[in-house]
Design a protein around this ligand. Structure first.
Ligand SMILES: [Zn+2]
Length: 51
């Protein structure tokens, strides 16, 4: 089965995104999670740690 985002033929995982059902490969799911869980606090924390 082909990933609905990048088209790679791989084992896909079902995912609901904004009310739509997608079948995505691991790489696309990982990228999607990184975007959706990105927190602005993380950059502040690393900046203060560098000082
Ligand atoms: Zn993909």
């Amino acid at each position: 089965m082909d990933c609905e985002r990048c088209g790679v033929d791989a084992t896909l995982t079902h995912r609901d995104v904004d009310g739509f059902a997608y079948y995505l490969c691991e790489a696309c799911i990982g990228g999607w999670d990184a975007v959706r869980t990105r927190s602005p606090e993380a950059s502040d924390e690393s900046r203060s740690a560098a000082q």
